[in-house]
Design a protein around this ligand. Sequence first.
Ligand code: 5GP
Length: 251
Amino acid sequence: MARRKKIYEGKAKILYEGPEPGTIVQYFKDDATAFNAQKKDVIEGKGVLNNRLSEFFMLGLNQIGVPTHFIRRLNMREQLVRSCEIIPLEVIVRNFAAGSLSKRLGIEEGTQLPRPIVEYCYKDDALGDPMVSEEHIAAFGWASQQDMDDVLSLALRVNDFMSGVMLAVGIKLVDFKIEIGRVYEGDFQRLVVADEISPDSCRLWDIETGRHLDKDVFRRDLGSLTDAYSEVARRLGVLPQAAPTKPTLIN
Ligand code: 5GP
């Protein structure tokens, strides 16, 4: 079997050249990192769960007409996605105060925000992904005004979809991060939701108990990350009802 060409290896995923032009294979690793990779561990099964959960969310978005890079899942750890040019921004949407917003502005975690707040961070690990304004984005040419109008609209649609999906299974979507890519179709470019949507990139709190079901479990040493992600997957029907400690996946 021919060896695949690795395009990029990040903290949680590896990208390989896909089988057809314009495609990429996205491989989900078990590695967990936090605080700009100062805290690291390998969490058995995390990659499998995130592959399935990201598939679930991206498929749902595609079904309601929000374009994503997702084509299809290939196996337990890999999915085929459209190759795109990633806009170098982390797009964060917040419904409730938590994490860096709470620290920055002194707002108690869990406080409902008056409306969804969208923030942009410049994707640069060496700089620790600093928050930037639309002025920076325009001045440095990271995205055009038209792109940013579309990015905002996509971010808010993802927020509405994800909030509803999570609410239906008793989970509050506190905040999340997405990345947006450009795909070229002839003379036209289109923006799509790229990267992944998973408990690695969202804050998910159980509505009844406030239990954290996301990467804060790892960041803050709150217990088993696999248990938390399995619980999200189980509630969404991605895992069978009685989820064993090690994820057993249904098709
Ligand atoms: P905060 O700014 O409060 O640290 O993060 C806000 C939201 O964006 C959280 O849901 C967090 O998981 C997500 N987020 C922010 N930066 C990153 C990142 O570099 N990687 C991932 N996976 N998620 C991030």
